[in-house]
Design a protein around this ligand. Sequence first.
Ligand SMILES: [Mg+2]
Length: 349
Amino acid sequence: MEINFHKVPLKKRFPLAISRGVKGDSYNLFLSYKKEGFTGWGEGAPGKSERATTVEEIQNQLTIFIETGIAALSPEKLNLRAKEMNISPCAYAAFDIAFWDWKAKKAGLPLHQLLKIPTPTVPTSLTLGIIPPEQVKDRITLLLEKTTAKALKVKLGAPEGIEADQEMFVKVLESTQKYNVKIRVDANGGWSTEAALFMMRWLADRGVDYIEQPLEEGQESELKYLYKNRPLPLYIDESCRFAEDVGKWADCIDGVNMKLMKCGGITEALQIIKNAKKYGLKTMIGCMSESSVSIAAAASLSGAIDQIDLDAHYNLAPDPSTGAQLVDGITLPDIKPGHGGTLKPEYYA
Ligand SMILES: [Mg+2]
């Protein structure tokens, strides 16, 4: 077995602003797992809430993990060990994604087929970050004109307050009138309970189809006030990281948003899907600052998921990888053995 790491810059078309701050260009760590003539690809995106803020930290953690001896262990056993060792999920995801890619390539099957998951049919959201209202029209034209996009996820929870959110959102409604797109809102925990109660009603009146993470992570005991008489389905994202979190708030949410970087990869995401079913919850899959490698891996699961938000790679210029394209509004993994994603050779050769 041979494992190699590649540090690759991700350059964005537009920086992404959410309630907590702005994310611009960054580096991700790519991992290749070679064994028996097959190469699996994985990717890790550093993140503060994922407990590894640089690609160097990701590589150090994975090096320690790999040195424990990983040959001949199942993905489930390795995932458990990574958790016991407190390996950050965005680091472990790089390994787990590569391992599954390798397993599917060895089996000669697309990953979704190996996992007995159908090809995705639900269109992805494209994300509109927090921007000044006067820029909304041009940005929406850039996002939606001449694409097959069918849904827009609008980031609200602006630090300036809900008046700023409303001002931006009114522009979004005006600017999307000529496009046939669904609109959903992610507040990234930017609202108080009172603001969330008000905004959920206000957004429901304006045709929004769901709301995500209205309250800050740590404020989950307040969710019950939003859930009762809710005018919109209520999803959590930051408040649900791992499979064991799914049941914690199950009686006051409609669904959970999983991300490979947040949970630690495909093995844990499969467990989240299973737990969500057990509790009768809807599922969503999203992404961080990621290229086509980890997005293709997530897209390989998305046929088993209700809401899809796999779009970060469309905001890269250039995408250092191939493997997940927008086809009729759907983020589709390339249908070939593995998850479909590959780092372009110029980034590692
Ligand atoms: Mg979110």
